[in-house]
Design a protein around this ligand. Structure first.
Ligand SMILES: Cc1ncc(COP(=O)(O)O)c(C=O)c1O
Length: 501
């Protein structure tokens, strides 16, 4: 960012040669940035959690053009503090209870530093053998922590790869599924392919389907209800598929979810996979959020039937202390993925790839270049160990349980959906006689009031026509006192709203 007063300075162009990476300068500047970061984490509670700026605020604060001359780091850091930080919503604040968290850790940060330090572009094995091999090892480690069947490991027919986001994971598996089926029935069936999810499946699914060329009319988002906790019913799925088959369409892909975005509903994997198997469909499990909890034995049962699916993804950047972006994808049949996504340009040809003795991860993803993300996960897994990662998940869940108890203790509130992980779905039910619209409006106002204080940030969802407040415990710095303070604030808002009624 251009320093505010820099453009008016006289010409200081030095006669010394430009050295963009000087190790000693790096050492001294990096120390300054580390101090800046440590202070940010230390003082994070002093910032409003939800940014209070208005749209376009930054245009009036920074110069319209990039500086011609170099600017000192201290001036840039000062401008970050003065102009950028106020425009940030502080995802790492201990009072951030919105969406799903973006968890971080010292180990994750150090891994991020090392990833940036080496800046390898590991599209194939030869481009940096350690990056590919470490990724294979770390993905097998994680698969073992999740107790995935050996077919998902490199020692079996499958393997794991780090994608950027769940959208990428769904897109690449959808393309593999699409190509598999079109190869057997013919490319002219493309417009007949049908994909399935529920009305709770994350919106990335529809986006991935569009990118993969699925006719938008063939995307089925099957309705769920509060009676089944918003999980996808295998019976409803089979009815919809039967109707599609009767209409001459071809079932292709099912995206089931462990921990939906709105309410953390869990789709029953085994019976859904059984239905899909009858039609030779590809089943993907999106466990973006809930997957992290499944490293704890008490949550592993959500994976029941996982041996019947074709692929599974979860995102350690959501809940397993990794910085963005890090979405882990496993497939049961790696050959299908590679067949669909591989290319072999002359300029990347090399002996190890051609001898088929190595993995080239460019053939497992959309892009070619890729970062050394496995080093981040490696640091996290080694520095914390499974024991501490499990403790971290359990501690968040314990705090969510405590919040749930506080909500239950106040008869003006209700828990709307069963809590499964660290998300509490609740709402104020001010007057059961006033009707659903009034209740929805009251909760919307309550959320606006709470967030406008800047002291916490929570978000909402609407399911089954109900406007629900979502309270997710997960920011790495959150302690019990932040949860208690958040509840007090919610109660204060309810008092104010109900008094003014
Ligand atoms: C269940 C679920 N799937 C997918 C996503 C989207 O993830 P990504 O941003 O990694 O594509 C989210 C985001 O919260 C999610 O909750």
């Amino acid at each position: 960012m251009g320093s505010l007063d820099s453009n008016t300075h006289e010409d200081h162009t030095s006669t010394t040669p430009f050295k963009p990476l000087d190790p000693e300068e790096f050492r001294s500047q990096a120390h300054q940035v580390v101090d800046f970061i440590a202070d940010y984490y230390k003082n994070i509670e002093t910032y409003p959690v939800l940014s209070q700026v208005q749209p376009g605020y930054l245009h009036t604060r920074i110069p319209q053009t990039a500086p011609h001359h170099p600017e000192p780091l201290h001036a840039i850091l000062r401008d970050i503090e003065t102009h950028i930080v106020p425009g940030m919503t502080h995802w790492l604040s201990p009072s951030f209870f919105a969406y799903f968290p973006a968890t971080v850790s010292t180990a994750g940060f150090l891994g991020e530093m090392l990833c940036s330090c080496f800046n390898i572009v590991g599209f194939n094995w030869l481009a940096s053998p350690a990056a590919t091999e470490l990724e294979m090892i770390v993905m097998d480690w994680l698969a073992n922590m999740l107790k995935l069947p050996t077919t998902f490991l490199f020692s079996g027919s499958g393997g794991g790869v780090i994608q950027n986001t769940t959208t990428d994971a769904v897109l690449v598996t959808l393309i593999a599924a699409r190509d598999r089926i079109l190869e057997s029935i013919g490319a002219n069936y493309m417009s007949k392919l049908v994909v399935y999810g529920s009305d709770q499946t994350h919106s990335m699914f529809t986006k991935a389907c569009k990118v993969a060329g699925i006719d938008p009319r063939n995307i089925r988002l099957i309705p769920t209800t509060i009676d089944t906790g918003f999980s996808l019913s295998p019976f409803s799925l089979s009815k919809v598929i039967e109707a599609d088959v009767a209409a001459g369409l071809v079932p292709l892909y099912l995206c089931a979810t462990i921990g939906t975005t709105s309410t953390t509903a869990v789709d029953p994997i085994q019976p859904l996979a059984d239905v899909a198997a009858r039609y030779g469909m590809w089943v993907h499990v999106d466990a973006a959020y809930g997957g992290s909890a499944c490293i704890c034995p008490e949550f592993r049962h959500y994976f029941h039937g996982i041996e019947g699916v074709d692929s599974l993804s979860f995102s350690p950047h959501k809940w397993l202390l990794s910085y963005l972006d890090c979405c882990c994808l496993w497939v049961k049949n790696r050959d299908l993925l590679v067949k669909a996504l591989s290319n072999n340009p002359e300029y990347l040809r090399n002996q190890p790839s051609e001898s088929n003795s190595v993995v080239d991860f460019k053939d497992w993803q959309v892009g070619t270049g890729r970062k050394f993300k496995s080093i981040r996960l490696w640091l996290i897994l080694r520095s914390h160990g499974t024991a501490n990662l499990q403790a971290h998940i359990r501690s968040d869940i314990q705090m969510a349980k405590m919040f749930e108890g506080l909500v239950r203790s106040d008869p003006r509130f209700e828990i709307v959906v069963r809590r499964r992980f660290a998300l509490v779905c609740f709402r104020l039910n001010p007057d059961k006689c006033s009707g659903p619209e009034y209740t929805n409006l009251t909760n919307r106002k309550l959320l606006e009031w709470v967030n406008s204080t800047g002291r916490v940030y929570m978000t909402h969802t609407v399911v089954g026509g109900l406007y629900i407040l979502r309270f997710v415990v997960g920011a790495t710095l959150t302690e019990e006192r932040h949860v208690v303070a958040a509840w007090k604030l919610v109660k204060e808002g309810a008092d104010a709203l109900l008094k003014s009624k």
